[in-house]
Design a protein around this ligand. Structure first.
Ligand code: FES
Length: 177
């Protein structure tokens, strides 16, 4: 048996999360008949707070839920919105699935590659943008669609995509002032 298969006992005295999130997790595991039902929300909240699911975050969540690290990894590797590596401040996800593909989604993705100078699952050197080609994000009626962090943008063209990227770049500049 490997270490990742050993269930561990919960430990809430030391945490890598903020006090507010640690308290939220303490409550979350009491809300479900099975502690492990809290896994997906905990992974999302953890990712929102620290940017990605680090080994330390995965280990602590496993402890809190009383499941193995391997159990956690088996779930998080299934969902494309959960990530184990850091991404840029703005994670640009371009859908190239059928509806979007028929309305220029592939060309839009390739346009983003050129415009940002990065490929699938890469991040710009300044850490501002990451780019991903993704499957359907549920906005087929307004294809082609792009998701940036939690924001949806639809009916995009290369021109409107450029304007959108510029808007995010400007917003980042303003936030840093
Ligand atoms: S196919 Fe692109 S949002 Fe559904």
């Amino acid at each position: 048996m490997t270490l990742t298969n050993i269930a561990v006992t919960p430990k809430t005295d030391a945490t890598i999360f903020s006090p507010a999130l640690a308290a939220r997790f303490d409550k979350l595991v009491t809300l479900y008949p099975l502690r492990r039902s809290a896994l997906i929300p905990m992974l999302l909240y953890a990712q929102d707070e620290i940017g990605h699911l680090s080994d330390a975050a995965i280990a602590e969540i496993a402890q809190r839920i009383q499941i193995t690290v391997l159990d956690v990894r088996n779930v998080l590797t299934y969902y494309s919105m959960l990530r184990t590596r850091p991404v840029g401040k703005f994670n640009v996800q371009v859908c190239t699935n059928i509806s979007c593909m028929l309305r220029g989604g592939q060309e839009l993705f390739e346009h983003c590659e050129k415009r940002l100078g990065i490929g699938h699952k890469q991040t710009t050197p300044d850490g501002l943008f990451s780019l991903e080609e993704v499957e359907c994000i549920g906005a087929c009626s307004w294809a082609p669609a792009v998701q940036v962090n939690y924001d949806f943008h639809d009916n995009l063209t290369p021109e409107s995509m450029d304007a959108l990227l510029e808007q995010y770049r400007n917003n980042a500049g303003q936030a840093g002032q």
